[in-house]
Design a protein around this ligand. Sequence first.
Ligand code: AMP
Ligand code: MG
Length: 333
Amino acid sequence: MDSDYEKALALLISGEIIGMPTETVYGLAGRVDFPSAIAKIFKIKNRPFFDPLIVHVSSVAMAKGLTTTWTSMIDVLAHEFWPGPLTLVLPKSSFVSDLITAGLGTVGIRMPKHELALKLIRDLGAPLAAPSANKFGRSSPTTAKHVQSEFKADSVFVLDGGPCEVGLESTVLLVDGKDLSILRAGKVSKSEIEKVLTAAKIPFSFSEMENHKASPGHMKHHYMPAIPLLLIESPQISQLPLTDLKKIVSQKMNELPAEIQGVKIIKPQSVDNFVELSLSADPTLSARQFYSSLRDCAETKADVIIFYKKEFHSGENWEALFDRMRKAASLVL
Ligand code: AMP
Ligand code: MG
């Protein structure tokens, strides 16, 4: 076995935390049964304690140990979508600490679709709590190098599992009896879930989650790159001459508060140089490139990253990407 893998496993066994590849984004992983590892995750991420961690498992049997409820609906969802980018939020068992769930009675559980992550969890015989491996509020990492640069000062060992295939965080689905709510959009869409449950003849009903207490950690601003992202959604604004656009952007960026919900808002020094974020016209490829391309743009040392939303960027396939894009943007026009 590869010595990096052995090292990662040994660190986890000893209660350390590591950068772990998954198919969504890289995670900062620690054993759920080591409170010191969980505390360290919050500490080095600067993550507020009200934001719960997702627990990663390698089998359905392991997932069952984390919750008090396992209905036929949950069984169908797990068998259909795991391993994969769907997190199920279920009533927690006493095995899961309040620190992991931010004091909630529920726990987010998922089985990652990455060979190395699954092997680590299997070899440990314990689930791993792992939020995305970035400082709080910043862009998620989709390569091992991104994680290393994010935690340069914290000497975190990162197991390199290549670039992430999905590139955006998992869909988070709250399951409450037969009631379902999507707390965070991801690659697994509402229609796919509906299709699977209908085919299995499982009764369900979807509701929009208005109670934000059910989805802590969903801040208005999140995933922000090192230089400000400007998202242009309005066709009128996109047609303005660049000089006029710059005037508006300069004024609006100046008016932004320093911080919103504890997240530092990235503002430009000036608005002279724009770099355009360019993404594939295919939603799957676009999601895969998104965070990496944002980091590349930030490295150009331009003042502002600009992205033009086009008419074709609509519909369910683009939902998760534009959810992240709006949150990553300092300004949406
Ligand atoms: P991250 O691991 O950084 O991608 O973030 C995990 C996100 O999943 C959190 O910010 C929450 O929004 C959501 N989440 C995790 N556990 C729960 C839970 N028990 N209830 C509701 N949302 C959760
Ligand atoms: Mg995150």
